[in-house]
Design a protein around this ligand. Structure first.
Ligand code: ADP
Length: 436
């Protein structure tokens, strides 16, 4: 105890001075006592100076003294160290929380009660086009001015998220959710749902397209059936009946073809890649030829440039369907007298390419990027007349991709088209010699 030690010192000093009074005289005893007190004071001032110097940098250990200051300094130093440790732990925790916020796959912006930005993570900067530190302290409503967001922000509570276009890019669709936390602080969570929205639109369009495609033949078929039902047998000649039956069959076959292609597409989508079984391409191309030449019925000239030594690793039924699709399309979209060249050759990079070039009607450049979409046709009536379902190229593209390849299209209106499937070297294999 500081005061006790000093008290004991003063009492002892007083007792010594008192005891020496007879030997030294009154004055000298007083002088001895006062000198003792002054020395004590001087010692304390010295210690105070050392402590004051130490407080300039509290991270150093405190000065070593003897006597009453040690207890005081030890306690101060201990307290300072414990505070320092707590501060360090708190800083670590804060940095961890900030790093976790930065690592989130969604955007996070923290706001005060007046919607002023206090912090945001990297994704939020991309989603909302925020510039930090320039936008720190800015009111978010000045940066996100979309009326639907302003309306949403002015609500009292936010139970549902809002879909809104990103202020950074109009192409990007964001799902935004406001959350209240702490003392009336707010947080904005942002999620990029552009792809999800696109998929949803594609799905909706697809359902609408399928219904539309099936409705036309169904309407025709139902019309004929109703007519036949209400008509007495003798009202129709044998030829008329034959003609009606033929037309009904045609519509039924059309629906069958659409459903078959849809089933093929969904089967292709169900498994991501094709098994790498050796596939004899010569046989597949020959089978395609068996279908294409009767369809052409001598109206076209064919040139075949087939490398018999090249085979592919993949699924024969899928590759057969893709090879046939491209060839049959060339026949269907090339007027009489046209020339169709089919080639299956190795490419410079060690891969292989199946290519069908025709001198047909060709396709305008703006159609090319959408040509492999489901049900996309350049000329609807022409496609229908020739028995097309509008799904052939979508299927072919899928098959090429499942074999790590790609569908390539080049075309010019009135001059003709080239449709090709290019496969990488890993999918190409040398054909087994079956001549032996
Ligand atoms: P379809 O069953 O209508 O032929 P596809 O998916 O096979 O459907 O082809 C989509 C569209 O691409 C066709 O409707 C046609 O307009 C166009 N097309 C495909 N192949 C050719 C080609 N060789 N020449 C010109 N146009 C073609």
């Amino acid at each position: 105890m500081v005061w006790l030690r000093n008290l004991v010192f003063i009492v002892v000093l007083a007792l010594i001075a008192r005891a020496s009074r007879h030997a030294l005289g009154n004055d000298s005893a007083w002088i001895f006592f006062c000198t003792g007190i002054v020395l004590l004071l001087h010692w304390h001032v010295l210690q105070l100076a050392r402590v004051s110097k130490w407080t300039e940098d509290l991270r150093r250990p405190p000065p070593v003294t003897t006597g009453s200051w040690d207890d005081l300094l030890a306690r101060l130093y201990k307290y300072h160290r414990s505070q320092e440790r707590r501060l360090y732990d708190a800083e670590e925790g804060l940095q961890g929380a900030v790093a976790a916020g930065q690592a989130l796959p969604d955007g996070v912006v923290t706001l005060d009660a007046g919607f002023h930005i206090t912090w945001c993570n990297r994704i939020a900067r991309q989603h909302l086009g925020l510039r930090i530190p320039a936008d720190q302290g800015q009111n978010l409503l000045n940066l996100m001015r979309a009326p639907e967001f302003v309306r949403y922000a002015s609500q009292d509570s936010w139970t549902e998220p809002l879909l809104v276009r990103s202020p950074a890019s109009n192409e990007r669709l964001l799902m935004v959710q406001l959350i209240v936390y702490g003392r009336r602080q707010r947080m904005v969570l942002t999620r990029d749902v552009t792809q999800i929205e696109k998929l949803e639109t594609t799905r909706r369009d697809f359902v609408a397209n399928v219904s539309h495609e099936l409705r036309t033949p169904l309407t025709v078929l139902a019309g004929f059936l109703e007519t036949l039902k209400d008509m007495p047998d003798e009202a129709l000649s044998a030829e008329q009946r034959e003609q009606y039956m033929g037309m009904m069959l045609e519509q039924a076959q059309r629906m069958q073809a659409i459903v078959a292609d849809l089933l093929t597409l969904s089967a292709l989508e169900a498994s991501p890649s094709a098994e790498p079984h050796p596939v004899c391409m010569r046989t597949l191309i020959e089978a395609a030829r068996q279908q294409a030449e009767p369809l052409s019925a001598g109206r076209h000239r064919f040139t075949w440039r087939i490398d018999d030594t090249l085979d592919l690793l993949g699924t024969p039924t899928e590759l057969g369907s893709a090879v046939t699709n491209l060839l049959v399309n060339a026949v269907r979209y090339t007027p009489e007298g046209g020339h169709i060249t089919i080639s299956w050759q190795r490419t410079a990079d060690g891969g292989a390419r199946y290519q069908v070039t025709d001198t047909g009607i060709g396709i305008a450049a703006h159609h090319l990027p959408r040509l492999a979409e489901r049900f996309y046709r350049v000329d609807r009536s022409r496609s229908r007349e020739s028995g097309g379902t509008g799904l052939g190229l979508a299927i072919t593209k899928h098959i090429a991709m499942r074999h790590d390849g790609e569908l390539q299209i080049a075309s010019e209106v009135g001059k003709g088209s080239t449709f090709a499937m290019a496969f990488p070297a890993e999918r190409v294999t040398v054909a087994e010699d079956d001549t032996a």
